[in-house]
Design a protein around this ligand. Structure first.
Ligand SMILES: C[S@@+](CC[C@H](N)C(=O)[O-])C[C@H]1O[C@@H](n2cnc3c(N)ncnc32)[C@H](O)[C@@H]1O
Length: 204
C-alpha cells in the first residue's frame, strides 16, 4: 500500500476534488473564514483561491507529505500567507483557544477517529470561533444509507479511509458544538457519494 498511498492516492484525490460540482460549496464555505484559520486536511490546497480578505492567516493541517507538497505549490501561486502543519486532526499541535476559524471540507469522512478530532477542533477554537464545514455523509433515504453501509468497507480500503455513511451533523453536535446553520441535500452524482452537509457550528 506504500506506493499507492504515497504516490497514486494523492494524485487521485487531487483529480477527484477538482470536480467542478464542488466549486459552489467551496466558494460559500471557505469564503466565510475569518482571522486565524486552521484548515483540517488541506489536501492539495484547492480551497486556497476561495479564501476572502477576512482570512488573515491560514494554517493547513495535513497528514500526507505528497499533498502538502501540492498545496505548497498552490500557496506559492496565490498571495496567501499559508503555513503547513504535518499531522493528524486527532492530535492538533496548536495551543488551546488559538484560532478564530476551523475549516473542514470533505475530510471528516477519512479521519479514523472523528470524535477525537472534533474534540481537538473545539479545543483549539477561541471562544465565539466558528467551525465551517462541508462534508459528504449518511443520506436520509433508507435505501441509500443501506447502500452506503454496504459499500463503505470496500470503498475505504482504496479511497484513503473514506466512510460514506457518517452522520456528520450528529457527530458535530455530539462533540459539544451547536450547529448554527445547516444545509443538506444531494449534489449531482451517484447518491451514496453525494449527500452533503454544509454549514457552521459554534461551541455549545
Ligand atoms: C477528500 S480529501 C479532501 C481534501 C481537501 N480538504 C479538499 O477539500 O480538497 C481528504 C483529506 O483528508 C485528509 N486526512 C485523512 N486523514 C486525516 C486525518 N487523520 N487528519 C487530517 N486530515 C486527514 C487527507 O490526507 C486528504 O487531504
Amino acid at each position: 500500500m506504500g506506493f499507492y498511498n504515497d504516490v497514486v492516492l494523492p494524485r487521485l484525490l487531487d483529480m477527484a476534488m477538482r470536480n467542478k460540482e464542488l466549486v459552489g460549496y467551496r466558494r460559500r464555505v471557505v469564503g466565510a473564514a475569518q482571522g486565524r484559520v486552521l484548515e483540517i486536511g488541506i489536501g492539495s490546497g484547492l480551497n486556497l483561491p476561495f479564501y476572502g480578505p477576512g482570512a488573515a492567516e491560514i494554517i493547513g493541517l495535513e497528514p500526507s507529505q505528497a499533498l502538502i507538497a501540492m498545496a505548497s505549490r498552490r500557496a506559492r501561486e496565490s498571495d496567501r500567507a499559508v503555513s503547513f502543519l504535518p499531522g493528524s486532526a486527532e492530535a492538533i499541535l496548536l495551543d488551546t483557544r488559538s484560532v478564530d476559524t476551523v475549516l473542514i471540507t470533505w475530510t471528516m469522512c477519512s479521519i479514523p477517529k472523528p470524535e477525537i478530532a472534533l474534540a481537538e477542533m473545539r479545543r483549539v477554537l477561541k471562544p465565539g470561533g466558528s467551525l465551517l464545514f462541508v462534508e459528504h455523509g449518511r443520506a436520509p433515504d433508507p435505501w441509500v444509507a443501506r447502500l452506503q453501509d454496504w459499500l463503505t468497507p470496500a470503498w475505504k480500503t482504496f479511497s484513503g479511509g473514506c466512510h460514506l455513511n457518517r452522520p456528520m451533523a450528529d457527530l458535530i453536535g455530539k462533540a459539544g458544538f451547536q450547529v448554527v446553520d445547516l444545509h443538506t441535500g444531494y449534489a449531482r452524482g451517484p447518491r451514496p457519494f453525494t449527500f452533503m452537509y454544509e454549514g457552521f457550528a459554534r461551541e455549545a
